[in-house]
Design a protein around this ligand. Structure first.
Ligand code: ARG
Ligand code: ZN
Length: 478
């Protein structure tokens, strides 16, 4: 130590004390993270200032009241442990949660202030831990919550969120339902790993995404622990609670398979259902040849009763089907594992990249297995007026995100690229290159058009203008 300059450390000490007095230890004052990510359709969805890397969800599920007639999965008590990296110096941040009561929250182990305004939770960490939320640092938030989770009616009238079934519940979330059962950054641009532990009363089973880690039973209640290590968008998270017949196996390529079938769906589906589910390995193998290596460790299916949900969803690893699916629907939902689940839309405007490719997968399957030439599928879609209501790259409102043009016209865009290349080997190499370039990431429409132009070395402006962005039906020739 230099004894000749005692004034310097003294000044430093005074300065540090002054800064502490303002609650600012590093000279930079944190600011609150944004309450939304300005999605074109849902501006308030998601939150700014942080990036979730892992959700640890512990859900205790049971009947709201005792007695044999009480619905089995009406009450939820949850603990969400959210690990996130700050992308700015944060003084506070938001989480999305619909319904349910927040009991408490901590950030970095210290009690945090929680403010609730509709679906927005504002979490304000204790001043003592604020420096742990500096840009680039990883911090942990724990939210304890409970209540009776609700169904959410989408803009298009579909029901999602927490859907009660005859013997339990199923959670579905495309586009906004996942906030009905856990707090988080509910926008597709923030993908994360998950550990989902669900405790249910016997004899119910809880099925979720990823792979099973453990199963423990105590006092008539069983905890099922499922782990998803590959990044997952929150709209693809699911929990299905009910009586299920479950099966585990492996494809010849080593992909782990888990299927769960509601007994009533099994009775209704009969041997046809068994046959469809037995096709999963072949569909995965065929898809991998077309689209590139399967992006996940495990696959499978959850088959609910007809009417338990208003739509099938490509929930990660294992799609949920409302009733026994046919092969075309199975092919569609498994194709989403590449298009949507691995390569995820950047915003909800990029939905056609999911549905266009999944629909095209159905056309490809029909061409390879059912003798339906791809040109016939294209012609049928082309002739259908419903596909021309709006351009796939720009659905007018949130109510149109799942309308015919996003599916049928989206698939037509893909086929027009194939026709423009006039070389099937080059076309499928292009498709595999696309899933490889954006594997486990997000991509927007502009990323796709730029990718195709770069990979082919061609200016495809006319194709995009006519088929992707144009307001009217272009001529088939030209
Ligand atoms: N992505 C689902 C499919 O495989 C459809 C989801 C529909 N969601 C809705 N809110 N309508 O086609
Ligand atoms: Zn789809």
């Amino acid at each position: 130590m230099n004894r000749r300059t005692p004034a310097v450390p003294l000044l430093a000490l005074l300065l540090a004390l002054a800064l502490l007095g303002t609650g600012c230890t590093g000279g930079v004052e944190g600011t609150p993270g944004a309450a939304g990510l300005r999605d074109p359709y849902f501006p308030g969805l998601g939150n700014g200032g942080y990036d979730v890397t892992h959700y640890g969800l512990k859900l205790d599920i049971g009947p709201a009241a005792d007695g044999p007639r009480a619905p089995a999965a009406d009450r939820l008590r949850g603990t969400a442990t959210i690990t996130a990296r700050a992308t700015q110096d944060l003084s506070a941040f938001h989480l999305d949660l619909a319904g349910l009561d927040v009991e408490s929250a901590t950030v970095e182990g210290r009690p945090a202030a929680v403010n609730r305004a509709g679906k927005e939770l504002t979490i304000r960490p204790a001043a003592a831990v604020e420096d742990r939320l500096r840009k680039g640092r990883t911090f942990t938030t724990v939210v304890r919550y409970s209540g009776s989770p609700q169904a959410i009616t989408d803009a298009d009238g579909a029901e999602e969120g927490w859907l009660r079934t005859a013997d339990g519940a199923v959670a579905l979330g495309e586009p906004t339902g996942s906030m009905a059962w856990f707090p988080g950054n509910h926008h597709p641009s923030d993908k994360a790993a998950y550990d989902i532990e669900v405790t249910v009363p016997e004899p119910l089973t809880a099925v979720s995404n990823g792979e099973p880690v453990s199963r423990r039973t105590a006092d008539g209640r069983t905890t099922y622990h499922w782990r998803t290590t590959e990044p997952m968008a929150s709209y693809l998270a699911t929990v299905a609670v009910g009586r299920f017949t479950t099966r585990q196996s492996r494809t010849p390529d080593g992909i782990r398979l888990f299927t769960a079938v509601d007994p009533e769906a099994a009775a209704r589906g009969g041997s046809a259902l068994t046959e469809v589910l037995d096709e999963i390995p072949a569909v995965l193998k065929w898809s991998a040849e077309k689209f590139g290596p399967y992006p996940f460790t495990s696959a499978g299916a959850i088959v609910e009763r007809t009417g338990d949900s208003s739509y099938a969803l490509e929930t990660q690893n294992r799609p949920v089907f409302p009733g026994p699916p046919d092969t075309a629907l199975l092919v569609h939902e498994l194709a989403h594992q590449w298009f949507g689940n691995s390569v995820t839309p950047r915003t909800w405007r990029d939905m056609w990249l999911n549905e266009g490719f999944a629909t095209y997968a159905e056309w490809l399957w029909a061409a390879d297995h059912d003798g339906v030439p791809i040109g016939e599928s294209f012609d049928e879609a082309y002739a259908d007026d419903a596909n021309w209501a709006f351009p796939p790259a720009d659905p007018p409102t949130a109510a149109d995100l799942f309308d015919a043009p996003v599916y049928g016209r989206g698939a037509m865009v893909v086929h027009r690229i194939r026709l423009a290349l006039d070389d099937d080997r080059a076309f499928f190499a292009l498709v595999r290159g696309w899933t490889k370039a954006h594997r486990h990431k997000n991509a927007a429409t502009e990323d796709f058009t730029a990718y195709v132009e770069k990979a082919t070395g061609r200016d495809l402006t006319e194709l995009w203008d006519a088929w992707l962005y144009g307001g009217s039906r272009p001529p088939k020739e030209g």
